[in-house]
Design a protein around this ligand. Structure first.
Ligand SMILES: Cc1cc2nc3c(=O)[nH]c(=O)nc-3n(C[C@H](O)[C@H](O)[C@H](O)COP(=O)(O)O)c2cc1C
Length: 272
């Protein structure tokens, strides 16, 4: 990693050095421009904080991986805690969808937001499988039911519960994917200990951003459980070698709109 600093616009404020999580940028003073500290270039995790926090735009970073895209200077202006709180509290799981498909551009724009989600060591390990064809979503639901049939006579903690779900499916009720037109499968490298958390953070970001795109989502817990262990479902996904499904989320245009924020348990906090 290298940095370029415009000596005319750099105010020597040292913020780039202060915010660098791995002290890659050495201390800055009146005489010293920001520079990569001796022997630390290889420690850079390409988080871009040195560029992002520079108040004058004097610093640009050359990443080892120049394929990274999407830096921008726009800000969205003030979001008041009240407005943000109401937006976040208004998110609901959507289990009834309109049939019209979500356009690829909209899906890409939604997923693009999740590119900026936090990831351990800025590893950005999450990739997406978008199952956009509703018939294929039904295939996943069907395979999840097949997985449940295998559990029914086992000592799996779900074994007592699955007969009801199977019976509902057989009555023609899609209790697995709720008739959602689309399904999202974040996938991650098999061996990484941090990537499962990164995937949940990325998927939560999608969940939160979706209503701003007019979309509804619902975490697909049954599909996720089946995806973890059921080989036919994993084979169906046909993810690249070494990558595994991390969770699943249904999405589409919601059929109904909530008109109030429902009640929840009181906040429980322990203070030390
Ligand atoms: C990890 C997780 C798995 C879930 N799995 C399912 C599911 O398989 N099917 C479903 O209908 N809802 C599922 N949900 C949605 C929850 O039921 C829902 O979040 C909860 O009832 C609260 O409602 P709200 O999301 O509208 O606030 C899941 C939610 C989470 C967080």
């Amino acid at each position: 990693m290298t940095i370029n600093v415009d000596s005319d616009t750099c105010t020597r404020c040292g913020i780039c050095s202060e915010v660098c999580p791995l002290s890659v940028i050495g201390p800055v003073d009146e005489e010293t421009l920001p520079r990569v500290a001796e022997g630390r270039s290889g420690m850079c995790i390409s988080c871009g904080h040195c560029e992002a926090f520079c108040p004058t735009g004097a610093l640009t970073q050359s990443f080892a991986d120049e394929s990274q895209t999407g830096s921008q200077r726009e800000t969205c202006g003030e979001i008041s805690p009240d407005n943000l709180g109401i937006y976040l509290k208004s998110r609901r799981s959507i289990r009834k969808y309109r049939p019209e498909p979500v356009g690829k551009e909209t899906i890409e724009a939604l997923l693009d937001v999740a590119r900026y989600a936090a990831s351990g060591g800025n590893g950005q390990p999450v990739e997406w499988l978008v199952i956009r064809d509703p018939k294929e979503v039904q295939k996943v639901a069907g395979l999840t039911i097949e997985w449940m049939r295998e559990l029914a006579n086992s000592n799996h903690p779900m074994s007592g519960y699955v007969p009801h779900l199977i019976a509902a499916w057989e009555r023609g009720s899609d209790i697995i994917c709720r008739g959602a037109p689309h399904l999202l499968i974040p996938n991650i490298p098999e061996e990484s200990p941090i990537a499962p958390t990164d995937a949940i953070i990325a998927l939560t970001t999608v969940d939160i951003a979706a209503p701003a795109f007019g979309l509804g989502t619902c975490w697909a817990g049954f599909v996720a459980m089946a995806s973890r262990s059921y080989r036919p479902l994993q084979d169906y996904y046909a993810l690249p070698k070494g990558r595994i499904p991390a969770y699943a989320m249904m999405f589409g245009y919601p059929r109904h709109t909530p008109h109030l924020i429902p009640r929840r348990n009181p906040l429980k906090v322990t203070w030390r």
